[in-house]
Each structure stands twice: as structure tokens, then as C-alpha cells.
Design a protein around this ligand. Structure first.
Ligand SMILES: Nc1nc2c(ncn2[C@@H]2O[C@H](COP(=O)(O)OP(=O)(O)OP(=O)(O)O)[C@@H](O)[C@H]2O)c(=O)[nH]1
Ligand SMILES: [Mg+2]
Length: 435
């Protein structure tokens, strides 16, 4: 064993993973969820030595699991020198406090672990600010005595007001820091918006999907970009945008961003809004799936739910079933093809069916957007404003008192657009540059 490995092993914490089996879920499914928690814990540097599940109809509001189970865990922790107990659901601040009284080690939950991984991985100013904000919002209601003197870290030393306890001082310091970080994020997101404005004329496609599905591998393959590809959760925490030529005449901007996971903390999604802006504004989404994962359909659902939480609904999307080279039996492809549409089956790593993927994108572009050109008297402000609302303006030019506008419009907005034109007796010409 190398010295580095030895040091790492010596430092590794020992943990227990705990999950509840509710009435509506099978034990195997909960166990698979716990396997994901083990992977998350491993990424955060905690080695899970045992999985514990309990069948329960309802979560215990005081201790999450039943009191007998809490005692059992407490004994195990003492006998086996366990450093942390990790719960697969988010614990309320009260549950953490109660559990800490009985179990003599760190009590963690899924959100805490995910936030920890994000904090370790964040490299850019934007990602670090977003993660710190999410961490502090998570921490604020959970502040207990073990966290005191946080104010030192956040510049609150010596600011303790008369009669204030240390916890109150810490809370105040955290609130100040939170509002500072929020302001910082407004500045960052304004900078980003300027960059995005420059891209408005292009067709924008966003890679989305569960973490580790192969999004960055696809970006790398299609654009040649030097992005990080790794067999671990949350390798990517920032957004990268690259130009991709679909044909010698048609190129698009493809973006790769942070992956999703089951029960992604709400604070994290909220604070990552500026990173996710490229996805939120994309014309088309490529939903990348690790087809070889036993829970892949569950993962598809999680991604779709996260997208709708972000306000992304009805966006043209292709289900990109990746890693088909890892499938022991490819008959499943037919089932997925029937169930998810439009879909394409590829292996980004082996370069299988990449031309199929490009054709699927071209077809979706062709099916969902049309480009038009129209000329108006330039006092037609109402129509121009409406066009800004329902279409993407690509070019505006003025000749004498006339204005010529080239715009792209999604097919779903076509009816509104045609009735607007008919009402105003305006002639429009299609521009066939997408064919
Ligand atoms: N066998 C196989 N492995 C693949 C394929 N595509 C990607 N991988 C591997 O899957 C792992 C994850 O790939 P990434 O491209 O980093 O995945 P990602 O979706 O960007 O993941 P995050 O950034 O962590 O959310 C890497 O080890 C890739 O080499 C594929 O088609 N087949
Ligand atoms: Mg990635």
C-alpha cells in the first residue's frame, strides 16, 4: 500500500447508514437508496460499515426511527468506535438534537453529506459562493452548542451584545454572512447574464441528468472540450458551454452542468440558480441516462421532477440513454424506446451511435422551431413587444421607417403568432435555414 493510501485509510471515518422502509416502498428499493447514500458517504470520506433499515408507517417526529432502534444503534456505535450515523432522509433540527443525546457520535443526514461534497468540490468563485450560502441556510436552524464560536469564522468576534448567548451571536453572524453572500451572487449572476445575452442568437442545448450519467463525456465527445470526466458523484459543479457542429452548416451551443440526485437539498437548488441558468434558458434539453444503472427509471423521474421544480416544463427534450455498452442484455432498449419518446441509445465512451444522437437533435430542432422574417412600420410597438414575448428575436434592421425582424418561434407558439399576424394583416415569410 502506498504511503498516500495508508494516510487516507487512517484518516477515513467509520459510519452507519440508516433508512426507513415506509409501507409504500419495497425493502429492496430502500436498500438501493441506501447504496447510493453509501456512495455519497464514501465521496465525503466516510466508510459505511453497516446498513440499518427499519419498517415504519410513519417517521418518529422526535427521533426519526423508533426508540428501540436508537438504543441498538447507540450500543453499536460505542462497541465499534463509529464516528458518524447518517440518515437517508433529512432530519429536523429537533431530531438531530434528540439523537445526539443518546448516540454518542456525529449525527448527519443526506443533505448534510451532499452539501459537504459540494463544498469539497467547488473550485470557482461562483460555485463556492453558492455552496457556502446553501450550507449556512442548512446550518442556521440546526445550530447547537457544538457549533458555537462560528462567529469567529464569520467575523462576529467581540460583537456579542449584552445578554446575548453565544448561539444567538453565532446566528446573527451567520445571517449577516448569508445576506452578504446573496448580494455577491446577484453580482455574479448579472455578470453571467451579460455572457448569456451574447449567446441569445444561437440555438442553445443543455445536457441534464442524474449525476454520473455521462453528461460531461458527451460534451467532451461532441465539442472536444477539455472537461472533467470522472467515475464519481458530482464531478461537475459548474456550467461549461461549447460550440458543437451538427452539420457543416448548423452549429449549436451545448452546455454541461451540475448533475441531479434524489432528494437534492432545496437550498442547494435555489442557490445554484445562476449555474443552472443555462439549462433554464435552453431551447432543447438532452436528458442523459445511465442505462446500465439498476435504478435508471427512478433516476429519470428524479431528473424530471427537479426540472419541473426549476420551472422547466414542456421543453423539447431527447432522452439520451447512455452507457449501452455496459448492458448485459439489450432487449431492454425496446422497452425504453416505447416508453420514452423521443429517445436515442448511445455509448458516449465507445462512440456508439453518435451520428444517431446528432440526427435526433437536428430532427427536434426542425420539428420544434421555425424561423420567420417580417417587415413592419416601426411604430407597431405592440406587435414588436408581443414578438419579444413569444419568440426569440435573432436580427433587427431598420430601413427608413420600416423595421425588419428575423425571429425563431417554437411550434407551440405558432397559433398565437398567426392570429396576431392575421389580426394586423401582416405578411410573414418563413426562413428555411434549419433544413
Ligand atoms: N461504460 C461506459 N462508461 C461511460 C459512458 N459514458 C460515460 N461513462 C463513464 O461514466 C463516468 C461518469 O461520466 P461523466 O461524463 O463524468 O458523468 P457526468 O454525468 O458528467 O457526471 P457528474 O458531473 O458527476 O454529474 C465516467 O467514468 C465515464 O468515463 C459510456 O457510454 N459507457
Ligand atoms: Mg460532469
Amino acid at each position: 500500500m502506498s504511503l498516500k493510501k495508508l494516510v487516507e485509510t487512517a484518516r477515513e471515518e467509520k459510519g452507519i447508514a440508516v433508512g426507513i422502509i415506509p409501507k409504500n416502498l419495497k425493502k429492496e428499493i430502500v436498500t438501493e437508496h441506501l447504496d447510493e447514500l453509501i456512495l455519497l458517504a464514501d465521496t465525503a470520506g466516510i466508510n459505511i460499515v453497516v446498513k440499518i433499515t427499519q419498517e415504519r408507517e410513519r417517521i418518529d417526529s422526535a427521533t426519526y426511527i423508533g426508540s428501540g432502534k436508537v438504543d441498538e444503534i447507540s450500543r453499536y456505535v460505542e462497541e465499534n468506535k463509529i464516528d458518524s450515523v447518517i440518515f437517508d432522509d433529512d432530519l429536523s433540527p429537533v431530531q438531530v438534537r434528540n439523537l445526539e443525546k443518546i448516540i454518542k457520535c456525529k449525527i448527519l443526514d443526506r443533505s448534510g453529506i451532499i452539501l459537504d461534497i459540494f463544498a469539497k468540490r467547488a473550485k470557482t468563485k461562483e460555485a463556492m459562493t453558492q455552496v457556502e450560502l446553501a450550507q449556512l441556510q442548512y446550518l442556521l436552524p440546526r445550530l447547537t452548542r457544538q457549533w458555537t464560536h462560528l462567529s469567529k469564522q464569520y467575523g462576529g468576534v467581540g460583537t456579542k451584545g449584552p445578554g446575548e448567548t453565544q448561539i444567538e451571536t453565532d446566528r446573527r453572524a451567520i445571517r449577516t454572512r448569508i445576506s452578504h453572500l446573496k448580494q455577491k451572487l446577484v453580482v455574479i449572476s448579472n455578470e453571467r447574464e451579460v455572457q448569456r445575452k451574447g449567446r441569445e442568437e444561437h440555438t442553445r442545448i443543455a445536457l441534464v441528468g442524474y449525476t454520473n450519467a455521462g453528461k460531461s463525456t458527451i460534451l467532451k465527445l461532441l465539442s472536444g472540450a477539455d472537461v472533467l470526466v470522472e467515475d464519481r458523484l458530482f464531478a461537475t459543479l459548474d456550467t461549461t458551454v461549447r460550440k458543437v457542429e451538427l452539420t457543416p452548416k448548423i452549429s449549436v451551443l451545448l452546455s454541461d452542468t451540475v448533475g441531479f440526485i434524489r432528494k437534492l437539498p432545496a437550498h442547494l437548488i435555489a442557490s445554484f440558480k445562476s449555474t443552472l441558468a443555462e439549462t433554464i434558458e435552453a431551447d432543447i434539453l438532452l436528458h442523459v441516462i445511465d442505462t446500465s444503472h439498476s435504478q435508471c427509471e427512478d433516476q429519470i423521474e428524479v431528473v424530471n421532477e427537479t426540472l419541473s421544480n426549476l420551472g422547466i416544463t414542456d421543453r423539447p427534450m431527447i432522452y439520451v440513454f447512455n452507457k449501452i455498452d455496459k448492458l448485459p442484455d439489450r432487449t431492454i432498449i425496446n422497452d425504453f424506446a416505447r416508453q420514452y419518446s423521443p429517445s436515442i441509445f448511445i455509448s458516449a465512451q465507445r462512440g456508439i451511435n453518435i451520428s444517431g444522437l446528432k440526427n435526433a437533435i437536428l430532427k427536434l430542432l426542425h420539428d420544434n422551431f421555425e424561423e420567420y422574417k417580417l417587415t413592419l412600420e416601426h411604430h407597431n410597438y405592440g406587435i414588436i413587444a408581443k414578438l419579444h414575448e413569444i419568440a426569440e428575436i435573432k436580427k433587427t434592421s431598420y430601413i427608413e421607417n420600416k423595421i425588419t425582424i428575423v425571429f425563431r418561434i417554437a411550434k407551440k407558439n405558432m397559433d398565437r403568432f398567426h392570429s396576431l399576424m392575421n389580426r394586423n394583416h401582416i405578411e410573414v415569410k418563413p426562413v428555411m435555414n434549419l433544413k
